[in-house]
Design a protein around this ligand. Structure first.
Ligand code: 5GP
Ligand code: ZN
Length: 135
């Protein structure tokens, strides 16, 4: 299903042209319009899902193999030194386009990007207490 007012539905399905590096029946992979680094691209399913929690299982199972394939292509073509795979869900987590997508971000020594998480320092017993809430 597509969503009428969704820009990624239009880009993924070719209704609006975009800088495509890969396409198959389920996905389009295109360059991010505001790249964090050279080659930053997005894996976008052609069907609309708001985020990972809504994603179809069969589509979900194809995302990582595709990420690996594009990662290898970008290594060959751009020669990155490292690589981030990032997937944001919800506004508080940084999602700005509410059509599921996965960021592929080649990293280069000295690229000046800071996409790293800040490590926390849990108090004694905190991890065990969180665990109890979950399992
Ligand atoms: P999010 O913040 O939702 O995880 O990522 C959305 C990404 O989509 C951003 O990196 C943003 O630059 C990119 N983006 C937003 N609109 C467009 C567009 O129209 N075309 C392309 N190629 N990228 C877009
Ligand atoms: Zn959409």
């Amino acid at each position: 299903m597509k969503k009428d007012d969704c820009i990624f539905c239009k880009l993924a399905n070719g209704e609006i042209p975009t800088n495509t590096i890969y396409e198959d029946n389920d996905f389009r992979v295109f360059l991010d319009a505001a790249p964090s680094t050279k080659g930053h691209c997005l894996i976008v399913p052609k069907e609309h899902f708001d985020d990972l929690s809504e994603l179809d299982e069969e589509i979900a199972a194809k995302v990582m193999p595709l990420a690996k394939k594009i990662m290898k292509l970008l290594k060959e073509k751009l020669g990155w030194d490292g690589f981030n795979v990032i997937q944001n869900n919800g506004k508080v987590a940084g999602q700005t386009v509410f059509h599921f997508h996965t960021h592929l971000i080649p990293r280069y020594n000295g690229d000046g990007q800071d996409l790293n998480m800040k490590p926390g320092s849990p108090k004694e017993g905190e991890l065990e207490s969180v665990l109890k809430e979950i399992v």
